[in-house]
Design a protein around this ligand. Structure first.
Ligand code: DON
Length: 309
């Protein structure tokens, strides 16, 4: 592990520079029209350590749509609220299907394969909408507290865009409701889910906010317990097996870190007992993972020898 911060900053800047031209190999998500408007050549990276240091390069300070990275925060809140009962309503197996697939959900009687595919995140959104009086506000406040930054906000144009193009998510939620696995009214579940996805955060803010997962559940910046040690282990296990969608096996094979991606182009990777890497570049590969961010995280992990395996 690198302790010298100027050396770390130089290294991540060099890795970003070496990879950022690959954005041309991907395609910006356009099924949510507001995401298609983000310039495809932006790229950033940040590393936050449990010792309290944050270094970044490129556009590492520019907020972007966190999209499915929000599934990690939602999961932690739902685990804290529901305890082990959560695992009777959502499982913890890789899906082997695209993130928004509906096909498996009927076979498996409305129980999603895991909490980081869309069906699972909608289930988690139901838990939050049913158990918090103001789940959307609680969610954003949770992020502000974790990152120690009150400026974190919802991008309302992304929210509106998601609402208008959310038929598949609505279908997933209604299918689960038909099996009795959703408690709240579907519009409340969707509204919570789209709010989560529409939060804008920078690489620096995301890396800081997830440090508790690298630190046995304790936020090292204020010493507060965010979740138990056991649940930290469980979240990292799910991110290792399912966090990169149908490319999770390849990511574990080549990088070896628990990670989560989003269609906004962000990827976060947890390095237990060290810190968090976050990289961002909007163009995606066919799995929905950022082309440049995958390479940047992979190169940092390789250069610093960070694989957990
Ligand atoms: O459910 C959706 O369509 C999005 N709001 C979130 C999807 C997402 O980020 C999946 N990621 N790779």
């Amino acid at each position: 592990m690198i302790k010298d911060l100027s050396d770390l900053k130089l290294k991540i800047a060099k890795i970003l520079d070496a990879n950022k031209a690959s954005y041309e190999l991907g395609k910006v998500a356009d099924y949510i029209p507001a995401l298609a408007e983000v310039p495809s050549n932006l790229a950033g990276v940040a590393v936050a350590t449990i010792d309290g240091d944050v270094v970044s390069a490129g556009n590492g300070g520019i907020p972007f749509s966190i999209q499915s990275i929000s599934k990690v925060f939602g999961l932690v809140l739902a685990m804290n609220r529901l305890g082990d009962e959560l695992w009777t309503r959502v499982h913890m197996e890789p899906s082997g299907q695209p993130f928004n697939s509906i096909i498996q959900l009927e076979w498996e009687k409305g129980i999603p394969r895991n909490p980081v595919i869309n069906a699972g995140a909608l289930l988690v959104s139901d838990v939050l909408a049913s158990h918090y009086s103001a789940s959307k506000l609680s969610f954003v406040n949770f992020l502000r507290q974790l990152a120690g930054d009150e400026s974190i906000h919802i991008d309302s144009s992304v929210y509106e865009s998601e609402m208008q193009h959310g038929s598949r998510n609505a279908a997933l939620a209604y299918l689960m409701k038909s099996f009795g696995n959703i408690e709240s009214p579907i519009p409340d579940v969707l509204s919570h889910y789209f709010t989560q996805c529409s939060v804008a955060m920078s690489c620096e803010q995301l890396a800081k906010s997830l440090l508790f997962l690298a630190n046995k559940g304790i936020n090292p910046t204020n010493n507060q317990t965010v979740c138990s040690r056991k649940d930290t282990h469980r979240v990292n296990a799910i991110l290792s097996t399912s966090g990169m969608y149908d490319q999770s096996g390849e990511f574990a094979f080549s990088v070896g870190l628990p990670a989560k991606s989003g269609v906004g182009g962000g990827i976060v990777a947890i390095v237990p007992n060290y810190g968090v890497i976050c990289a961002w570049s909007p163009p995606l590969n066919s799995f929905g993972n950022s082309v440049v961010a995958m390479k940047v995280v992979a190169n940092i992990a390789e250069e610093l020898g960070l694989s957990i395996y």
